[in-house]
Write a new protein. Structure first.
Length: 454
């Protein structure tokens, strides 16, 4: 067989030949995959700080790499050059550098710029893909990517506008007080003593006490506050376990010149924090109410953030980044529906921010440590205590732990409410039961009389 014959066999009709055109689909896959893999690797690298602006910046730079590869490889190795891909590469590189700058002012200004620019860019990219990419596979590989970018631009623009409107519509009702590197929001109303201090539950803010705060304020002074990163409070750089939260609260009350001792009332995780407060500052506690509180966990508390890699911090930072795209607002229409209208709208506005989403993740990431720290409180030394348990949905183990917390004081009552864990705070009728428990402790402190069953 001659060389010509062998060559002719290789060129027989129907036998697929690798061509430049057939490579464009593969180039699209490799380019987009390279950007995604680079983003995952960079986020996972221990030398990359677990901060929102840094992780966002490196992710954007990784995606910029993917688009740059599409522009270069399609020009070099196919007959369908996609030079337009240099535009999204440049946009994402600029956005990544802005994020890495760490300047709050620059990022705030850029938050108004990038959504409309990205929206227009995606429309233009869609037209370029239809015009320049003859490969059907290549087009359908890019369309989902463009759809995601379009959703991001719309969500990001909506989030920026709504945050601006919310800031004007719902200013902090109380005062912002520096407690050492960050400010906490404190709102006090009513008059009389002892002062009641309300501690919101896990992931919650001061607005969640929309029914209870005004009810208690009719009888005495009541203060509700936002933990770091919640509501109107600034985020904190340090860990936010129970001991740190209790120390922040003590500093807040001292600097706000709110005299103690206090009646502490904590719901859910907030019950852990008021127990930690009582363990650290027993002279500043006059009485306590545990509203379906999370129970302490016996045993020595482990140091917070012993893992230098800080997985929790990375998850929190990425969660915060998603809030800038409007992700946290998706649940708004079905959230906080039973609160008073003003409290409902405040809670919805604050829960949609990046700082609150990050603090939510961080709080639950150190929950085990907070539970162990709360176990340091072994006795209230006869100070009045009411444990109010929501019976709906509570199993025997939960009830047993509630019974045990009632033994913290020889002057205690364990009450039960026909309510759920959430409705004990959010429902008007159920919250009235919680408010009554707080008022009963106030009376017990004022009169120095032992608690009596109702």
């Amino acid at each position: 067989m001659t060389t010509a014959t062998r060559y002719g066999d290789l060129q027989q009709p129907g036998r697929a030949q690798p061509t430049a055109k057939s490579r464009i689909g593969l180039i699209v896959v490799l380019s987009m995959a390279a950007g995604l893999i680079a983003a995952v690797v960079l986020v996972a690298m221990p030398f990359i700080p677990a901060r929102e602006n840094v992780l966002t910046g490196v992710v954007l730079l990784a995606f910029a790499l993917g688009w740059a590869l599409l522009a270069v490889l399609s020009t070099r190795f196919s007959d369908q050059p996609q030079r337009w891909a240099a535009a999204p590469a440049t946009f994402m590189a600029v956005a990544g550098l802005v994020s890495l700058s760490g300047s709050a002012a620059v990022q705030a200004g850029f938050s108004w710029v990038w959504p409309p620019v990205l929206f227009g860019l995606v429309v233009w990219m869609f037209l370029r893909v239809r015009r320049n990419m003859r490969s059907r596979i290549g087009r359908w590989l890019l369309y989902p990517v463009l759809a995601v970018l379009m959703i991001a631009s719309v969500g990001g623009g909506y989030q920026t506008v709504r945050e601006s409107l919310d800031a004007k519509a719902y200013p902090p009702p109380g005062q912002l007080i520096d407690v050492g590197g960050h400010r906490l929001h404190l709102y006090c109303t009513g008059s009389g003593s002892p002062t009641v201090v309300l501690e919101p539950g896990g992931g919650a803010s001061s607005s969640d006490f929309g029914w209870i705060t005004p009810a208690v304020a009719r009888d005495t002074r009541v203060c509700v506050y936002d933990r770091a990163g919640r509501g109107w409070s600034d985020p904190a750089d340090g860990p936010q376990d129970g001991n740190h939260i209790a120390a922040d609260l003590h500093t807040l009350l001292q600097r706000a010149q709110v005299p103690g001792p206090y009646v502490l009332a904590g719901h859910s995780f907030g019950g852990l924090y008021v127990q930690s407060f009582a363990a650290q500052f027993p002279d500043q506690v006059a009485g306590m109410v545990l509203l379906d509180s999370t129970a302490p966990k016996p045993g020595p508390a482990q140091p917070t953030n012993t893992d230098p890699y800080n997985v929790i911090g990375r998850v929190a930072a990425l969660s915060a980044a998603s809030a800038h795209l409007g992700a946290a607002r998706l649940l708004n229409p079905i959230s906080y529906t039973t609160l008073p209208p003003r409290s409902r709208d405040e809670a919805r506005a604050n829960s949609s921010t990046a700082r609150q989403l990050a603090s939510f993740v961080e709080e639950y990431g150190v929950a085990n440590t907070s539970m162990q720290q709360a176990s340091a409180l072994t006795s209230l030394n006869g100070k009045p205590l009411i444990v109010l348990t929501a019976d709906e949905g509570a199993d025997d183990q939960w009830q047993s732990k509630q019974d045990h917390m009632a033994t913290l004081s020889s002057n205690s009552l364990h009450r039960h409410a026909n309510a759920t864990h959430d409705s004990l705070i959010s429902d008007q009728a159920d919250a009235a039961v919680a408010g009554q428990a707080i008022r009963d402790i106030v009376v017990a402190v004022r009169t120095s009389r032992p608690l009596a069953p109702r």
